[in-house]
Design a protein around this ligand. Structure first.
Ligand SMILES: Cc1ncc(COP(=O)(O)O)c(C=O)c1O
Ligand SMILES: N[C@@H](CCOP(=O)(O)O)C(=O)O
Length: 470
């Protein structure tokens, strides 16, 4: 399996190089040169497989023989052994045709664990094989950071630097990033919003001399391996609802477009998916884009679902590439427009192609709070604000003939203030995180300044020291 960049001028790479590269050298994102396909009979034969075995079957084609079978199987099994639910990503029914896919049974209570536990082990393996070290940089609006820190803490081959927007993540999210005692973990509070953090990280990737010196790798969903791992739970949930003999729809609380792009990938691989519904909070750039055909950034509004407070939705670039028939020039034009004027128009045929697969809706903060209350009252089930934005939108788009699966991307205990304000119940953290709020914090505070950030990383990165021979 080879991987190509959405911007067309970076070299094609194999799986191990894509895993370590993160962002392509032309600023684009890697996608598989072709989508692996599974027939109906092959999908039917996946029914009843345990989650790690299903993951092995679906992900093996993406690895393309670059990691031997036995090692890959061991890594996958170890990654999912960290989950505290036997099914890894179970579904629960919350309405006649409404199901919630619980993605929060991993170590940090967020869907990011599903991919990050695998990614860290894969990177460790490839780095050990090559006898190399890497510097990991990631931007987070709250959940990616905690999940990445948990997955990479204490790993000898990597130093990890996580940038989060100062004062704009929930207290639980912040502590999950700032209380690690591992020497290779470095949390950085940036004076800015998530888009600033993401810009800084992409800036470091696009500064090739720096990138090469510190051997920069990424853990955001710009890294193909993140998307790859997230494909599995679309299959597992659809299989348990009757796929491939029955189509299902998914509603996904969306920010950086990684999770819903994994659903699109599952569909391209043969999973019968009817509608893919994008749910946004008040930062509704994607819902506006689908309605108008213009992707137009506005200021970021702080909401009760902070992980979705974002304007520049990185993985939308992967969808643009597909919707334009894999024409990299169209993607380059769009990204130039975004950089120059904060907006771009999507051509009519590409927009139609997107609308054929996707639908979108928005949930305001008040509607999200109402939904938390309503789901608790009617189903006795407590959801977090990100999940609630999706339930609200899913209910507007529901079709009585097709099961609708709503992705529950975080445990409610990560956002106790918003949940309690909505419904009067304050969800408790699980026992293993019971003392999280009392643990001492350690983090740097930096302005949104590329040079200061690079200096900070250089000072602390072991890969940089090795490259400079000091
Ligand atoms: C809890 C939660 N829900 C939803 C999202 C949005 O997911 P994506 O960025 O993949 O669209 C995020 C952040 O990624 C998140 O942390
Ligand atoms: N919502 C995310 C933002 C980063 O997204 P990613 O999936 O690209 O890592 C977060 O919680 O950090």
């Amino acid at each position: 399996m080879r991987y190509v960049s959405t911007r067309g001028s970076a070299p094609d790479l194999g799986f191990r190089d894509v895993l370590l590269a993160g962002l392509a050298r032309d600023g684009g994102l890697y996608v598989p040169a072709e989508w692996p396909k599974f027939s109906e009979a092959e999908i039917r034969a996946m029914r009843g497989l345990a989650y790690p075995e299903l993951a092995l079957r679906l992900l093996t084609p993406f690895v393309g023989g670059e990691i031997d079978e036995a090692t890959f199987a061991r890594i996958v099994r170890e990654a999912y052994a960290t989950f505290r639910h036997e099914a890894v990503c179970p579904i629960v029914q919350t309405g006649p045709n409404e199901f919630v896919l619980e993605l929060f049974h991993g170590p940090t209570l967020a869907f990011k664990d599903v991919a990050m536990q695998l990614l860290a082990r894969l990177m460790d393996h490839v780095l050990a094989e090559r006898g190399e070290r890497a510097t990991i940089a990631g931007a987070t609006s709250g959940d990616t950071g905690g999940a990445a820190i948990d997955a990479f803490a204490g790993r000898d081959r990597t130093d990890i630097f996580i940038l989060f927007p100062h004062g704009k993540v929930s207290p639980v999210q912040q502590r999950q990033m700032t209380t690690s005692t591992a020497a290779n973990v470095h949390a950085i509070a940036v004076e800015g919003n998530f888009d600033d953090c993401q810009d800084l990280v992409k800036g470091m990737f696009n500064h090739h001399a720096f990138r090469d010196r510190v051997r920069l790798s990424g853990v955001n969903s710009i890294n193909w391996a993140r998307i790859m791992a997230q494909i599995v739970y679309y299959f597992s949930s659809a299989l348990s609802l009757g796929a491939p003999d029955r189509a299902v729809s998914f509603t996904v609380p969306t920010g950086n477009f990684g999770d819903i792009f994994a659903a699109y990938a599952a569909k391209r691989m043969g999973l019968p998916i009817d509608r893919l519904v994008i749910a946004t909070n008040d930062n509704d750039i994607l819902a506006r884009t689908l309605a108008t055909g213009t992707y137009e950034t506005r200021g970021v509004m702080e909401t009760t679902s902070p992980s979705m407070d974002i304007q520049v939705s990185s993985n939308f670039e992967r969808l643009l590439f597909e919707a334009h028939g894999r024409d990299a020039d169209s993607v380059v034009r769009a990204t130039q427009g975004l950089r120059q004027s904060g907006s771009f128009e999507i051509d009519k045929p590409a927009l139609e192609a997107i609308r054929t697969e996707f639908d979108a809706g928005r949930s305001s903060m008040a509607e999200t709070a109402d939904t938390i209350r309503d789901v608790l009252a009617k189903s006795g089930y407590l959801i977090d604000p990100h999940t609630a934005t999706a339930v609200k939108v899913a209910r507007e788009k529901a079709d009585p003939t097709t099961p609708m699966v709503v992705l529950s991307t975080a445990h409610p205990a990560k956002f106790p203030t918003a949940v309690e304000a909505a419904c009067g119940v304050s969800p408790a953290l699980p026992v293993w995180l019971g003392d999280l709020m009392e643990r001492p914090e350690k983090f740097a505070v930096l302005p949104s300044d590329p040079k200061m950030l690079e200096d900070h990383l250089s000072r602390l990165s072991r890969a940089d020291r090795e490259s400079s021979g000091s």
